[in-house]
Design a protein around this ligand. Sequence first.
Ligand code: GLY
Length: 300
Amino acid sequence: MTPSFVPSLIVHGGAWNIPAEIIPECREGCRRALEAGWRILTSAGSSLDAVEAAIVELEDAPPFDAGFGSHLNRDGRVQLDAIIMDGQSLKSGAVAAVERIRNPIHLARRVMAGEHAMLVGAGAEQFAAEEGLPLCSPEDLILERERAAWRRCSESDHLSEFHFGHQHGTVGAVAFDTSGRIAAGTSTGGTCCKFPGRVGDSPLIGCGCYADAESGGISCTGWGEAIMKIVMAKSAADLLHAGKSPHDAAEASVALLARRAQGTGGLILLDREGHPGFAFNTPHMVFGYVAPKGEFVIQP
Ligand code: GLY
């Protein structure tokens, strides 16, 4: 008989300075993501399906910087990045700078099933069309709140105070299924008023996401240009592989981000047996996981 493992799931909606009035909405987004992923895991579904389903919920939730409601770039357009990775095969699929895909995590999953690991821009959208995924209008990704924020930034020469409290709501999920398989994924709209074509850590294997059956699965959030410098997700995986506990590996990775790259952000992870860990050096990180008895723990 195939051994059955206890499933596990952790999700996040970004490490940032979350205004108090939207914390309930962020918590609700995490709850829906946990519900979607957990339904799959408790029906003996795969960790990849659970990660994809959880991230779709987070991409669709307005308070997060992923999918609908993402930050606008300097040109006033939304450009999305996403990745999904399978810890058994080490296969990953990623897309970057897509403008007509409502749920880029779906497209990343299709890329993973093909011969390439990453597609960007027009080529990624061409691939989506060939795969039969729906293409939306770029306008369909824009939330009025974000258009107003973009106007304020543009009219004030992009002074940092107009970005404050308004960045880094990247989303992610890591799942461990009843067959003992681990998967991770991350999705983002990137930074507010980024230069068109800018890609951060999120869709880059080892930076914004990593999954390895021999160590664990990780999804990161925060300042992409700093996270890339320390290849944060793979750094955390290496710490798990070396025997650090999930808590210590998460804390050490964020400490490394601060020390070596002067960066802010956070990460969630599951070790190779599904035990959760998390850390952040921002005022908040909104995240949730399923505790051993099946109850959802969501913070803040
Ligand atoms: N961590 C998301 C980004 O910098 O694009």
